[in-house]
Design a protein around this ligand. Structure first.
Ligand SMILES: Nc1ncnc2c1ncn2[C@@H]1O[C@H](COP(=O)(O)OP(=O)(O)OP(=O)(O)O)[C@@H](O)[C@H]1O
Ligand SMILES: Cc1ncc(C[n+]2csc(CCOP(=O)(O)O)c2C)c(N)n1
Ligand SMILES: [Mg+2]
Ligand SMILES: [Mg+2]
Ligand SMILES: [Mg+2]
Length: 323
């Protein structure tokens, strides 16, 4: 790999987004947008933590990395515009491997009309891919975690637990009778719910969070940020037929704390539930009502889940990076 040749090889020949004023080729990129709040976030994938030779090809590393970032845009109700990639390239990575990472990034970027506007390339010991994404939301319309209100419906998109099941199949810790390809694909190439979230623009108030660490963790984040109590119904968690072939305890472990589903969990007033369902239908997004929000002084900041007709406390049991 030669740094400068490489940068030239990944540079887009034109920019899709008309907000992009300067992309790759100067000291920094520039984009311009009136009437919007700029939304930005960064997420990093590390070899051995988020993927391994067993679980992902370079193409998937690129795809999955942008997917996680676009998912954060969706969770803010923002439309993604552009992204930057910081990459640490190990010596044993071939030019082909590198191009495949960018092929994965570009495949999803094209789908969402976002531009690669910059980044940084260095060599190092292990592959690290850090993607920064920029997006925009109409001024004042970002979907913060503290925007839940008592009486809100809690909903979730897609199905939960598939990515964790797929990962365990890839790591040879699990075998299945059917649907291995589906589950593996859900792990390698998650679907960020960008169009769905964008279709909710007409709803005055909405709280959203995306599910990277598991719904047990993300629901607790919503409850804590909004200082309210969430009640979930375990029987209403949306599970794929592929996940349902596992023993019930495993279904629950994967769906509650497996993580990496990149689905959205949200809270909305019941009067707007119809609009949420319409948006789901228009964007081909499965959606399920899974609970409600209450204001209970002694329980605020916590999440409860109905299991066998009684509510038990749902601890924030998702994935935590630790040393
Ligand atoms: N090293 C850091 N320096 C500064 N801010 C950070 C750092 N790490 C996380 N944050 C900030 O902490 C908040 C929570 O980040 P977190 O990564 O948990 O959210 P997320 O990206 O939605 O979840 P995930 O990374 O699990 O997908 C965000 O505002 C994020 O920008
Ligand atoms: C090889 C391999 N081993 C384990 C895992 C599981 N894993 C890693 S990070 C994470 C949470 C999300 O991370 P973040 O919070 O950084 O977004 C999970 C569930 C994996 N993906 N690959
Ligand atoms: Mg993060
Ligand atoms: Mg997030
Ligand atoms: Mg995390």
């Amino acid at each position: 790999m030669n740094e400068f040749k490489f940068i030239n090889s990944i540079k887009q020949s034109y920019y899709r987004n008309n907000t992009t004023i300067k992309g790759i080729g100067d000291d920094a990129a520039v984009f311009r947008l009136p009437y919007h709040d700029i939304v930005t976030s960064v997420d990093t994938l590390v070899d051995g933590i988020h993927f391994s030779k067993e679980t992902m090809k370079p193409f998937h590393v690129g795809y999955r990395s942008l997917a996680a970032n676009l998912s954060d845009m969706a969770a803010m109700g923002a439309n993604p515009i552009s992204y930057l990639v910081s990459i640490v390239v190990p010596k044993n990575y071939s030019n082909y491997d590198l191009q495949e990472i960018y092929h994965g990034l570009e495949t999803l970027a094209k789908k969402h009309q976002v531009d690669l506007i910059g980044g940084d390339t260095v060599t190092g010991e292990q592959l690290v891919l850090s993607v920064t994404v920029n997006g925009a939301v109409l001024a004042g319309k970002a979907r913060y975690r503290d925007l839940m209100r008592p009486g809100d419906i809690i909903f979730v998109t897609g199905t939960l637990g598939d990515a964790a099941a797929g990962l365990n199949i890839l790591l040879d810790k699990q075998s299945v009778d059917f649907g291995a390809d589906y589950l593996i694909n859900r792990h390698r190439m998650p679907t960020p719910r960008v169009e769905f979230a964008s279709q909710l623009a007409n709803i005055e108030r909405l709280a959203l969070n995306d599910i990277s660490d598991g719904i047990a963790s993300e629901a607790n984040e919503l409850a804590q940020a909004s200082r309210l109590t969430i009640y979930l119904d375990e029987g209403k968690l949306p599970l794929s037929k592929e996940l349902k072939q596992f023993p019930r305890a495993q279904q629950l472990d994967y769906s509650l704390s497996g993580g990496e589903d990149f689905e959205l969990i949200g809270a909305v007033s019941p009067e707007y539930w119809r609009l949420v369902r319409d948006a789901a239908e228009q964007t081909n997004t499965p959606i399920a009502k899974i609970g409600e929000v209450k204001d209970e002084l002694k329980n605020n900041g916590t999440v409860w889940i109905k299991r066998n007709e009684t509510y038990i406390k749902l601890q924030s049991s998702g994935y935590v990076h630790k040393n």
